[in-house]
Design a protein around this ligand. Sequence first.
Ligand code: GDP
Ligand code: MG
Length: 424
Amino acid sequence: MVRAIVGANWGDEGKGKITDLLATSSDVIIRFQGGANAGHTIINEYGKLSLHLMPSGICSPNTVNIIGNGVALDINKFVDELNSIKEKGVPDPQVMVSERAQIVMPYHVLFDEYEEERLGDKKFGSTKSGIAPFYSDKYAKIGFQVCELYDDEYLKEKIKNVCEVKNLILEHIYNKPLIDTDELFNTLVEYRELIRPYVADTTTYVRQAIKDGKKVLLEGQLGSLRDPDAGIYPMTTSSSTLAGYGTVGAGIPPYEINEIIAVTKSYSSCVGTGAFVSEIFGEEAHQMRENGGDAGEYGATTGRPRRMGWFDCVATRYGCACQGATQAVLTALDCLSYLDEIKVCVGYEIDGEVTRDFPVTPKLEKAKPVLKTFKGWKTDIRGIREFDKLPVETQEYIKFIEKEIEVPIKMVTNGPKREEIILR
Ligand code: GDP
Ligand code: MG
């Protein structure tokens, strides 16, 4: 049985907590795309953990955690994160890394910085984790797979060839120091020893696990609107954020995915640049940011204040459809309890016409939100465990969103802790 947990929006929908919760009933958890450029916050018996690269099952003793071939593997960050998890007291975390996963090279991080510097005020707002240069190289066929680290001659030759072009760019476009190929070789030799205990043929492992009837969980990073094909290109990430890509990035037969759980938050937040139609500003945004998430809406990786907005039905219905969501989770309802009135974006006005269909980027830039106002519930809803016990205003808010997004909302969350969840 394969389930996927994915984001319906721009990321930070609260997937980490849901994954952490479902991890307890999963045998294998797989990251299939992205890298250490986004983060999950999970809160459990070990305290608060900020995960960037590790699958969220890392705290469950009976779960095998896999970094799939579709992931951008930053080996230093992998080791640091694993150590910090162990320091929190998590006993013996089980992790496997695909031998086909590619490695984030030290120069990917530098190229990410240099390119943002070159772009100046046209920059993308990259987290500078090297993700875009990494995936560019992967598809340009000059990336390094983990398995390639274990042959000295092969590795030296490849470094020589790849650095030839990298150094031309460094010299003539960015005017930056060149890559020393001997130093790079030594770094990669260090990397291969650090990662050696975890490297495996994960694809064969996963296929067998499915045949054996194991419960597999695919863990998506970011959300639909950051997908390079379906999302708000070019303000997207560089790997597919869709559940469908789980079949490629983890090596799962497409027909084996049974459930696709799209996570969406009761309000919107977004990091970085790009059109964000239901955005709010100033004091209104500040209040929502401070009331949001577990400790305010600030990036788990960068600490950057997130941009804030009302729940966006247009974007979320589209986001769920792109995922092929079989159910949705609506998170962080408790964060709206301070509001007298809650608004929801139900349409986009573009050139004087109102649409419910999520548009392509050039049109999206021109869209203005059509808002519907709901009465707030103005009471603390944390601690409630049954849908019927929620204030009637909260119930109406959930039911309205469910109708708009056209996917059943089977879970809602009303607090950051694992048990703060209401099943429907
Ligand atoms: P992800 O990137 O989708 O995994 O989401 P993040 O973990 O980056 O961001 C979600 C934030 O919301 C984290 O700080 C979570 O602890 C927090 N969170 C998740 N669910 C709830 C909830 O129901 N209520 C509150 N108050 N915070 C939540
Ligand atoms: Mg996040």
